[in-house]
Ligand binder design. Structure first.
Ligand SMILES: [Zn+2]
Length: 297
């Protein structure tokens, strides 16, 4: 089953990217062994990155979403591509913070004050980089600001991760709703009323089984011409593209001098992928091969 849809209304008022990412967030939590609040922070970030990846025009483009704050999470990073593949990590997966309210994980407290950066590699000469100061660290609000300030695009973002009493992800998802240039006041007004209830996106996700059902449920009160229709079904899934070859490239990129020093002082190198925690071991012989390759230029 596809977990994501792209929808729009006939009236040309808005476009919406909507995903139910319960399994994706559980996968990330399993890989990183995250605490509840860390699962929520990482889950919101990878869900948003996955949706933003689908917004890229070119198939070869990639997107990185980085949240850096002075809170205990320190850094959360997710990267995604245009085909819905996403991966991410949180610098401290073990954070424990008191709840902000009944069932409310304190993601803003985990993140703290800092910056949100979006890097889009559109396969042009230079990547696009947009950065804003965090508004609340709750991630959805921060992204709403990002779209407004960096992309001058009126956008509503909602993200949610609900953790059950057993510590597993009960449900998770997100949506990005963008107003199109021809949006009418009536449509905007009605959308705002629908969106006002999105503070608790996970409550709504709990009532449905598919993203299409969620879409209909959320926008049920829109007038006929602004009712959503599904344009595309897509899938956002966990995928880490790391490999021994890529790690070799990374090792070679540290340069001849550092590589030599590594061989002399350590004799071997162990590299752990930040995203999937896969370990790559390089023995002396392999390192010498790589050094020879660097020396050959
Ligand atoms: Zn990896």
């Amino acid at each position: 089953m596809n977990n994501t849809i792209i929808a729009a209304d006939i009236g040309g008022c808005y476009r919406m990217y909507l995903a139910i990412t319960t399994e994706l967030v559980q996968t990330a939590a399993d890989i990183h062994g995250t605490s509840n609040v860390a699962t929520a922070a990482l889950g919101r970030t990878i869900t948003a990155a996955g949706l933003m990846g689908l917004m890229l025009q070119d198939e070869r483009s990639t997107l990185t979403l980085q949240i850096k704050g002075d809170g205990p999470a320190s850094e959360i990073l997710a990267s995604a591509d245009a085909s819905g593949r996403v991966r991410g990590y949180i610098a401290d997966p073990d954070i424990e913070l008191p709840l902000k309210g009944p069932g409310k994980l304190d993601v803003g407290g985990a993140v703290g004050k800092g910056t949100l950066t979006v890097i889009k590699d559109l396969k042009l000469k230079e990547p696009y980089i947009g950065r804003i100061d965090l508004v609340s660290g709750e991630i959805a609000e921060d992204l709403t600001q990002y779209f407004m300030r960096s992309e001058q695009q009126p956008t509503a973002v909602a993200l949610g991760v609900r953790i059950g009493t057993d510590g597993r992800v009960e449900n998770a998802g997100g949506l990005i709703l963008q107003l199109l240039p021809d949006a009418t006041d009536v449509c905007v007004d009605r959308l705002e009323r629908c969106i006002a209830t999105l503070d608790n996106l996970t409550d709504h996700i709990g009532l449905v089984n598919t993203p299409t059902e969620l879409l209909e449920h959320l926008l049920v009160s829109m007038p006929p011409i602004h009712r959503p229709r599904v344009l595309e079904e897509r899938n956002i899934e966990w995928y880490c593209g790391c490999s021994a070859e890529r790690m070799e490239q990374a090792l070679m990129s540290i340069g001849k001098h550092d590589l030599k020093q590594l061989i002399e002082e350590d004799g071997s190198a162990e590299i752990i992928c930040h995203f999937c925690l896969e370990e790559y071991m390089f023995e002396r012989e392999k390192l010498e091969e790589l050094l020879a390759e660097v020396e050959r230029g």
